[in-house]
Design a protein around this ligand. Structure first.
Ligand SMILES: [Zn+2]
Length: 510
């Protein structure tokens, strides 16, 4: 029994029940969801009579590898075949569908890793098929084979008897030896796009007589992470919990999602830059017994949705129309920059939570950081104001002097020993002070209005430092001039060069 059927939970035991993944397993190529290029290639190969002896299907779990392998087996062995559209009526087709064909052998390499099972396989491959056209070996999880088993398999792949076909499937293609890979026709299965999973689940639910809304479906799709089998198993689980009428809330609860109102509260708090509410929210998440990492993950997903809405591709958001509208409204409160920053902080937080011994504390601090990150926008506004605004014009007008400073320094340079030497001690105190004491020194008109915010303050300090550097560069040049003058005839010069650092004495010696 598959895990999904075990997860049926309370309710009447229906022994005849077949899980959705099996009940709705594609029986024709056109029913395979999300793998169109592969299906088309295989069908064309059969049509053109270009059938290979070894196929390798690689890709994540639950995306249709084994299903496609069985379809290919049917296509090859159907009474009316080889045909791109097996009849599903002949003994070969029905037996393969039921997994009991005498000429189609399914081997799970995970439980038959050794060389012996491959030797048996080789032995069996020597004999012609008992009824059908081909003897087909479907080897699942083929990467699990041991090295000696691979070597044994390779012998058969090198010179396969004409009536043999291998269809191998793996989730970890990189573990296969190159010698095996090079003898296979390789098909890389992709994860299935959310929209295709959603459409398929909707049709399955319809055929099962189950009512399920877009919102609820989107949670299932999200949890499935591109795997159709996972999606179908989850749908089974949700139906078992909610019956024929499935509410969004049921799905959230069964799949362990954080309640939507928690995420809404978090987003509202971000809009308000309200770290207190965010920290309280962490407490509520803990109290409800919810998983902190799951909360962060969902918040990440919400931020991603907000970003999509912000850049105008809200249609790509999974969920009901109402949810999409709500997200679009919320997104107006943020800039793209904000959302990207939130995403970065949350991503790091999600990763950190895996390793920390105190996830709650980590998350609380992370939430405060998140609220503060939103304030970074103020700094950008500030830069804009300082660049374009009138208040700070006088300061910025000093900037044109900046390119001039290196030019002035260049002549005395080697690069400019005198100026460098002058900086630490030889310059007049009045002019050389600013680099050290400047940030705390003279009052600044822009400072008082924003000084309350440490981030803004930090930026201001950097910015002020830059202006001061421009000033001190000028000062250097001036003091250098002064020293050149004094060097002409006073004892100051000897004192200065004697007391200054190595670079100055090197410069003096040149
Ligand atoms: Zn058939």
């Amino acid at each position: 029994m598959s895990p999904a059927s075990l997860a049926l939970g309370p309710g009447p035991v229906r022994m005849k029940y077949q899980v959705i993944a099996r009940k709705f397993r594609p029986q024709a190529f056109q029913e395979v969801v999300g793998q169109d290029p592969i299906v088309q290639t295989l069908q064309n190969a059969i049509r053109m009579d270009r059938i290979g002896h070894a196929y390798l299907f690689s890709g994540p779990r639950g995306v249709g590898k084994t299903t496609t392998a069985r379809l290919l087996a049917k296509a090859l062995n159907c009474e009316s075949g080889p045909t791109p559209e097996p009849c599903n009526g002949c003994p070969s087709c029905t037996e393969i569908a039921g997994g009991g064909s005498i000429d189609v052998l399914e081997i799970d390499a995970a439980s038959n890793t050794g060389v012996d099972s491959i030797r048996e396989l080789r032995e069996s491959a020597r004999y012609a098929p008992s009824r059908d056209r081909f003897k087909i070996f479907i080897i699942d999880e083929v990467h699990m084979l041991s090295t000696s088993a691979f070597n044994a398999l390779l012998k058969t792949l090198e010179e396969p008897p004409p009536h043999i076909a291998f269809i191998m499937a793996t989730t970890e293609r990189h573990k296969l030896p190159a010698t095996i890979l090079s003898r296979c026709q390789q098909f890389a299965f992709r994860t299935i796009p959310p929209a295709e999973i959603r459409d398929h689940l909707r049709s399955v639910a319809g055929r099962e007589g189950v009512t399920i809304g877009d919102g609820a479906l989107s949670y299932v799709v999200r949890a499935a992470e591109g795997s159709m089998r996972d999606a179908q198993s989850l749908l089974d689980q949700v139906i078992a919990f909610g019956g024929q009428e499935i509410e969004d809330r049921d799905v959230r609860e069964v799949l362990g999602f954080v309640p939507a109102e928690f995420l809404d509260r978090a987003v509202d708090a971000l809009i308000q830059r309200d770290s207190r509410t965010l920290v309280e929210l962490v407490g509520d998440v803990v109290e409800q017994g919810l998983h902190l990492q799951q909360f962060v993950r969902e918040l990440l997903a919400r931020v991603r949705d907000l970003l999509l809405a912000r850049v105008g591709i809200g249609d790509a958001i999974l969920g009901s129309a109402g949810e999409r509208d709500a997200i679009a409204r919320q997104s107006e409160a943020f800039s793209e920059q904000d959302l990207v920053r939130f995403f970065d902080v949350l991503l790091k937080l999600e990763n950190d939570l895996r390793w920390t011994a105190e996830p709650r504390f980590h998350l609380e601090v992370g939430c405060v950081k998140l609220a503060k990150v939103a304030q970074l926008r103020d700094i950008e506004d500030l830069i804009r104001e300082m660049k374009g605004g009138s208040a700070s014009r006088p300061q910025l007008e000093e900037r044109p002097g900046r390119p001039a400073a290196p030019a002035l320094r260049a002549p005395g340079a080697g690069p400019d020993p005198v100026a460098v030497a002058a900086e630490p001690e030889a310059t007049p105190p009045a002019r050389s002070e600013p680099p050290e004491t400047g940030p705390d020194g003279p009052p600044d008109p822009t400072r008082d209005s924003v000084a309350a915010q440490p981030l803004v303050q930090g930026f201001l300090d950097v910015f002020r430092g830059e202006i001061i550097r421009v000033e001190s560069a000028d000062a250097d040049v001036e003091s250098a001039d002064a020293r050149v003058e004094s060097a002409d005839g006073s004892s100051d010069a000897a004192e200065a060069s004697g007391g200054s650092d190595e670079s100055s004495s090197q410069g003096a010696s040149r």
